[in-house]
Write a protein that binds this ligand. Structure first.
Ligand code: ZN
Length: 279
């Protein structure tokens, strides 16, 4: 907490040891820009990317795949919150009340969890990152801008009917923690032909009998979460659009339809794509 307090008192100009990690330049990796695509960063560090998108859009899935492809850590503030919830830490009880009502976790709590995670990464000398679920507010974006340069912000978007179906179809294996989705989305266009398909992501046999639904994945909570997200996200999108860093990406369907197109938009190649497209 000491680091966070310093950060907030001192504003964006203060660099904590953990935040210094954010700007460490290590081995050469890919990068991209909204101008002519480039695949190498001249500074020789890992990418500094942010994923925006409403809850359930698949940020975690795509951020995780890209982090593996690029060899940088995927840092999800949602996961950080869930890990804290599952722990008996001092914030767990407070968080449970907030999350179960579909409300957003405060800046202070998110910054505290993120700082703890970055300090952990610092000890492992990580390079670059893909942030998922952060920043959610202009204030958080300003803090981030003050401590490191963000290369690219990918704004994932999905039509709302598909989004709601996918949110309600989410399941977690209570045994291994694997994420699955039982919703099969087939939306017909005006001509009666299927024009939007998202296949379910079904679990292997071992997990099938152990699936649970997250307590915050009820229709009421999902809708409230989307409403809050839409209200809050516009200024953050505008923040990055004004800086020429926002890449809008409309998901054209499920992972098999979307992954190749996302790579194309980022000027990346996944040599293992044939194996991983259905994973
Ligand atoms: Zn399992």
């Amino acid at each position: 907490m000491a680091v966070v307090s310093r950060l907030w008192r001192g504003g964006a100009a203060v660099c904590s040891p953990a935040m210094m990690w954010l700007s460490l330049a290590m081995d050469a990796r890919f990068s991209t820009s909204l101008g002519p695509p480039k695949t190498r960063d001249p500074g020789g560090r890992g990418v500094h990317w942010v994923f925006l998108g409403c809850p359930g859009v698949g940020k975690g899935t795509y951020a995780s795949r890209l982090s593996q492809l690029l060899g940088v850590p995927h840092i999800s503030t949602g996961d950080l919150v869930r890990e804290e919830l599952a722990s008996s830490g001092p914030l767990a009880q407070q968080l449970a009340g907030i999350v179960n009502h579909g409300q957003l976790v405060s800046n202070e709590i998110i910054m505290s969890l993120l700082t703890k995670r970055l300090e952990h990464g610092e000890t492992k000398v990580e390079s670059g990152f893909i942030l998922d679920g952060f920043p959610r507010t202009i204030r958080q974006a300003e803090i981030l801008e003050g401590v490191t340069e963000i290369d690219l912000v990918i704004n994932l978007k999905l039509r709302e009917d598909a989004l709601l179906a996918k949110c309600l179809g989410r399941r977690i294996c209570s045994h291994c923690g694997g994420n699955y989705n039982v919703a099969s989305v087939n939306i017909k266009g005006e001509n009666g032909r299927l024009d939007f398909i998202m296949a379910p992501l079904l679990p292997p046999a071992d997990c099938a009998s152990k699936l649970i639904t997250r307590v915050d994945d009820t229709e009421e909570v999902v809708k409230e979460r989307l409403r809050i997200y839409n209200e809050m996200s516009k200024p953050v999108e505008e923040f990055y659009r004004a800086r020429g860093k926002l890449l809008e990406f409309d998901l054209p369907g499920g992972i098999p339809e979307s992954w190749p197109k996302l790579l194309q938009a980022l000027n990346l190649v996944d040599h293992d794509d044939k194996q991983s497209a259905s994973a």
